[in-house]
Design a protein around this ligand. Structure first.
Ligand code: PHE
Length: 444
């Protein structure tokens, strides 16, 4: 097919799985997951999250990849091809927009990791502030230009990789960085599991405290599953569009989800024992990785080495995810408007960089954009995708797309989850969270 040479393709299954795992494993696993588990009742949050991954995440991941694979198009083009003359392509648009929104602040947080790696490796992080890591973080958060500089550097790297293409850029990066990432995690795990706080850390992380969860925690766990698996905004549709019809889906999908979940749990296992070893606050929120953890490093032997290693891990994870966020916009521009890949990467990347400036320059803005994206845009996008695959696409077509390249085993279960379970679960949680807003409107 002529268009596939222009659009690009994965070299094979391994390349695809590593690239998709690279998209899934990111700041969501290492930065967000542990702090949210810390805030919302430890294992109580983890249970809801695991449930969401299995019952909603897996079927949606399957759905997105099969939509991309069957159409070989970006999210907008995919829905238009399958459902011409309807409103469904709007869901694709929503995804492209979500990609812009998420990458705008994602680049800023990744920039913090670059700053920390630099500060740690050059010895500045642990020298001046005599252990006050909140001081170090506040200084960075208050320094707009410094954040913009690192964000810009990170965006340049992302643009560079995407502009090199699917196989030469994205796949190759995943193949190099994913194994390195797991290696670093194992080294850090060695430190944490032999630290004094290991028992208390595990107890905090592994014991469910349902009273701390609440509806808000449940929504956060669902949003976490979407965000972490890169669902609800077409990233996996886009990655699926570079996958050959001869590759079986369910096995690859399971590998991606297992790798992503494992890395989130491993991040918790690295962080909490260290936090307890030095009697620090485990439910510190977003500052857990940037304030609390460096505080723990500061009290260990070779803090600069450990901190550099940890933040390097964060950068690797963030980069392979950022690449997938940008790729959604690039595939859209290349397919729909016939831009060259390089022009599309540079153009979309530059716009996203500018959109991220408020997140870098004004404190607190980032949290709002993050909440908008992970609590609303992604669940709504996921809900619409489930409704499309479950109700609009006819069952025979869904079965054909699902089974291509494999035996089609598990289709019934998949279809049940995507048709009933996912829409109901996502709908209930969204409603529950919209209710205060709606009832507020009528109360006045
Ligand atoms: N999954 C990525 C993470 O966990 C973020 C992401 C979301 C990437 C949506 C692509 C699409 O950090």
């Amino acid at each position: 097919m002529e268009s596939s040479t222009v659009r690009g393709n994965w070299s094979g299954r391994v390349g695809f799985v590593l690239a998709a795992a690279g998209s899934a494993i990111g700041l969501g696993n290492i930065w967000m997951f542990p702090y949210r588990a810390g805030q919302y009742g430890g294992a109580a949050f983890v249970f809801v999250y695991l449930g969401a991954v299995v019952l909603i995440g897996l079927p949606l991941l399957n759905s997105e990849i099969l939509l991309g694979r069957a159409t070989r198009r970006n999210p907008v083009g995919a829905l238009r091809l399958l459902s011409p003359g309807t409103g469904w392509p709007v869901v694709g648009w929503l995804g492209v927009i979500a990609g812009f929104v998420i990458l705008s602040y994602y680049g800023v947080v990744a920039g913090w990791a670059l700053d920390y790696t630099w500060m740690a490796a050059s010895g500045q992080l642990f020298s001046s502030t005599s252990g006050s890591m909140s001081g170090a973080f506040e200084k960075l958060a208050a320094n707009g230009p410094r954040q913009v500089w690192w964000q810009g550097l990170f965006m340049l790297a992302t643009i560079f990789i995407v502009s090199r293409g699917v196989e030469q850029g994205i796949e190759r990066t995943g193949k190099i960085l994913m194994p390195l990432l797991f290696g670093i995690v194992l080294v850090l795990l060695g430190y944490s599991l032999t630290s004094d706080g290991v028992e208390r850390g595990l107890e905090f992380f592994m014991r469910p405290r349902f009273s701390e969860l609440g509806w808000q925690g449940a929504l956060a766990a669902l949003g976490q599953a979407f965000f972490s698996l890169s669902l609800g905004m077409g990233a996996m549709i886009t990655y699926g569009s570079y996958l050959g019809e001869d590759e079986s889906l369910p096995g690859s999908v399971a590998m991606i989800a297992v790798a992503d979940t494992a890395l989130a749990i491993l991040a918790g296992l690295v962080i909490f024992p260290l936090v307890f070893t030095f009697n620090l606050e485990p439910s510190a929120g977003p500052g857990l990785v940037f304030i609390t953890l460096p505080q723990a490093f500061a009290m260990m032997p070779a803090p600069a080495f450990l901190a550099s290693l940890f933040f390097l891990l964060l950068i690797f994870a963030a980069l392979t995810s950022a690449v997938s966020l940008l790729e959604v916009a690039v595939a859209f521009l290349v397919d729909e408007f016939k831009f060259s890949r390089v022009t599309a990467s540079v153009g979309a990347g530059a716009i996203i960089f500018c959109l991220g400036l408020p997140s870098a320059l004004s404190e607190g803005f980032l949290d709002h954009v993050d909440a908008l994206a992970s609590n609303w845009l992604l669940p709504v996008g996921g809900l619409c995708t489930a409704l499309f695959v479950g109700w609009s696409l006819d069952r025979a077509a869904a079965r054909k797309f699902y089974a291509a390249g494999g035996s089609g085993r598990g289709f019934e279960m998949f279809h049940f989850c995507i048709k009933y379970l996912a829409p109901v679960a996502v709908g209930v949680i969204l409603l529950q969270n919209t209710w205060p807003v709606i009832s507020g409107l009528f109360a006045g």
